[in-house]
Design a protein around this ligand. Structure first.
Ligand SMILES: Cc1cc2nc3c(=O)[nH]c(=O)nc-3n(C[C@H](O)[C@H](O)[C@H](O)COP(=O)(O)OP(=O)(O)OC[C@H]3O[C@@H](n4cnc5c(N)ncnc54)[C@H](O)[C@@H]3O)c2cc1C
Length: 288
């Protein structure tokens, strides 16, 4: 089913995000995770897209296998990194032939070893360009990304990002999945500004259940997500106790999701990171 139709259905669209593992063992673990997640009946599942050729092939393999072997609706992430328009077109044709209906159109980040994103000759510079390209070719429902705390590179802050988000909507995007955040007020402020700017497509909050505080803190510093002090105060004393840490992460994410539901979100996108435990627990706690 297409993302836009999934999000038009009643109820909260509870979805999960996976990444393509680097090894066969990792891929086997992912398949176990997908089997376990059947209990939450995800509205859709998305698979991230890496910067290099082999990881990009793995994304395609996993997305097409999900489509062929499960009754889940996959969303294939696709970035502008390292690809010409022609190469992107070939991949989109392959996805279409495999019955894939949904693409998350992203700019992507600089590959390892490069300090800044740079479009390849014949490629795209921004997710707005990729969104328009996919829309003009037709056949897919398109999701895009956004950042309630502002994209780390944005020159004019959140307001600037929202201008580009509105462009993505005008260029054919059907839904927005946000970067994860921990302070819901940042999301509500972003949503108010986006609504005022004419953004009407669903804004789906990205939720990161913290399983390992130090790991999430390192990643958050890179992607510009702020971890409120109260979370650190609660979790840091337990950094050596992985079960306690996981339980706290689930509790914090559950409280965050419950507040978002009370405030009218249409979906919750869980950064499951190829593990099922936290996602299943949050879903159960919310009574969805
Ligand atoms: C839900 C989600 C999933 C993600 N999945 C992946 C993934 O699978 N693989 C991966 O590599 N990365 C992924 N990312 C990370 C993402 O690719 C990076 O954060 C990247 O830096 C920005 O991507 P974007 O699509 O938001 O880019 P853009 O929308 O292009 O924005 C990038 C910057 O350019 C500005 N901008 C946007 N449009 C224009 C324009 N037309 N003119 C001038 N400036 C503009 C924006 O304000 C922003 O500062 C994901 C992020 C999110 C939130």
């Amino acid at each position: 089913m297409k993302l836009r139709d999934i999000l038009n259905q009643k109820g909260i669209a509870f979805s999960c995000e996976f990444f393509p593992p680097k090894t066969d063992k990792g891929e086997e673990n992912l398949w176990n995770c997908i089997q376990e997640l059947k209990v939450v009946n995800p509205a859709y599942v998305s698979v991230t897209y890496g910067a290099g050729g082999s990881t990009q092939d793995r994304t395609k393999r996993i997305v097409t296998r999900i489509k062929a072997e499960t009754n889940l609706d996959p969303v294939a992430h696709l970035t502008c990194v390292g690809s010409t328009q022609e190469q992107l077109g070939v991949l989109l044709d392959e996805y279409q032939a495999a019955g894939i209906e949904n693409i998350l159109a992203l700019r992507g980040d600089a590959p390892e070893g490069m300090d800044k994103f740079k479009a390849v000759s014949g490629g795209f510079s921004y997710a707005t360009d990729l969104t328009r390209f996919i829309h003009e070719r037709g056949g897919f429902s398109i999701g895009v990304a956004s950042y309630p705390e502002g994209h780390p590179e944005s020159r004019g802050g959140v307001e600037d990002d929202i201008r580009y988000l509105k462009m993505k909507q005008d260029d054919g995007a059907d839904a927005v999945i946000t970067q994860y955040f921990f302070n819901n007020d940042d999301f509500y402020h972003f949503r108010d500004l986006a609504t005022a700017a004419g953004v009407t497509i669903p804004l789906i909050p990205g939720i990161m259940p913290i399983g390992n505080y130090d790991q999430v803190a390192r990643f958050s510093a890179m992607c510009g997500a702020n971890i409120p002090a109260w979370i650190g105060e609660r979790m840091i004393p337990h950094r050596e106790e992985s079960d306690t840490m996981k339980a706290m992460g689930i509790e914090i994410a559950t409280e965050q999701c419950a507040d978002l539901i009370r405030n009218g979100v249409q979906g919750l996108h869980i950064y499951s990171l190829n593990k099922s435990e936290a996602t299943i627990a949050i879903h159960k706690n919310l009574g969805l």
